[in-house]
Design a protein around this ligand. Sequence first.
Ligand code: ADP
Ligand code: MG
Length: 348
Amino acid sequence: MAFNPINWILGFFSLDIGIDLGTANTLVNVKGKGIVINEPSWVAINKRTRKPYAVGAEAKSMVGRTPANIIAVRPLRDGVISEFEITREMLGYFIDRAHQQSIVPFPRPRVVVGIPSGVTEVEKRAVYDASMLAGARETYLIEEPTASAIAVGLPVGEIVGSMIVDIGGGTTEVTVFSMGGIVTSRSLRVAGDELDQDILNFVRNKYNLLIGERMAEEVKMKIGSAFPLPEEKTITVRGRNLISGLPETLELSSVEIREAMSGSIQTIIDTVKDTLDEVPPEIVADLMDIGICLSGGGANLLGLADRVSDEVRIHAWVAEDPMSCVARGAGMILEDFDNLKNWLIKID
Ligand code: ADP
Ligand code: MG
C-alpha cells in the first residue's frame, strides 16, 4: 500500500483502544497504558427520558435500591445486545472516559471490540454502529474467545489444537482452535448469572429467605465451588423472611451451595463434553498435551478446574487473571496490528 502521510500522522497520535464488552463487566485497554477501565456493564437510566443517570460501578451499586423513576439495567445481559440504545450510551461513556486520558483530543480512537462468538450479523452490526456512534474513527470486532486465546498465548496459529472455555456472566463459550481458525464452538446461556439465581432460589425454597442478587453473587464468589473443598466454608447472609416478613440472618455452608449450583455446573460440563465429541481425534490428542484453558470470571469458581479435569479426563487450568483476557488480547492485536489483523472481523 502506498505511503499516506495523513494516515501515518493519524496513526502516530491515535489512541488505540481494546474493549471487552462483557455481559457482566466492561474493560477498556488503552494501547501503551494497559487496562484503564474495569467496571460492571450496568447503566442506571431515567425511566421517562431513557437518559443514563449513572454508568458502571456506580450504577451497579444502585441495583435493588433505585427510586421509582430510575431503573438499573444490564444492556447485554444474555450476551446479546438487547438494549441497543443503552449499550451505545454505555460504550460511548467508556470510550469518552478512556479518550479523556489522551494528551491530544484528536484523532478519534481506533477501537477493537470483543464480541461473543455466537452473535448474529445484526448484533455485530449493532456493536459496530454503537462504537462508531460513540466516537470511534475505525472499529473492528474480534470474537472474544480468539482475543482470550491470544492473551493466554495458546498456539492458535499453529498446526495443533487448543481449547478455551470462557464462563462469563450471561454466557459460557467453548471454542476449539487450530491452524489459525475456529474448528468448532458452542455458546450456552448458562454462566455466572445462572449460578447466582440457583443460590437465590435455593435459599428461598429451603429457608424461606429472600436475598438480593448481589448477595447471591457474593455467596458464590466467597464459598461457591464445583468440587469438594479441602476445607468446607460458611458465610452469613442477610435477607427478608418470606413468612414473617422480618429481616433475618442465616449461615450457609459451601456444601449446600455446591449442591444448589450443581445442575447448572453440570450443564456447563456437558457442553464441554459435547464439544469434545465433535472434535477430530488428532485435536483431542493435542488437547491432552496442552490441557483445556478456563477463562472469564466464572473460571475463578473454586474447584471448577478440578471438576472439569475429573469429568472430561483432560487437564483443565485457569488462565492468569481470567477476567481480563479479552481486553488484554484486544490490546495485543492493536500492538501488533499488521500481523494479527487477520483475526479481526471487519464490517463496512
Ligand atoms: P462477562 O465477560 O460476561 O462480562 P466476566 O468474565 O466479567 O463476564 O465474569 C463475570 C462473572 O464471573 C460473574 O457472574 C461473576 O459473578 C463471576 N465471578 C467473578 N469472580 C468470581 C469468583 N471468584 N468465583 C465465582 N464466580 C466469579
Ligand atoms: Mg467475557
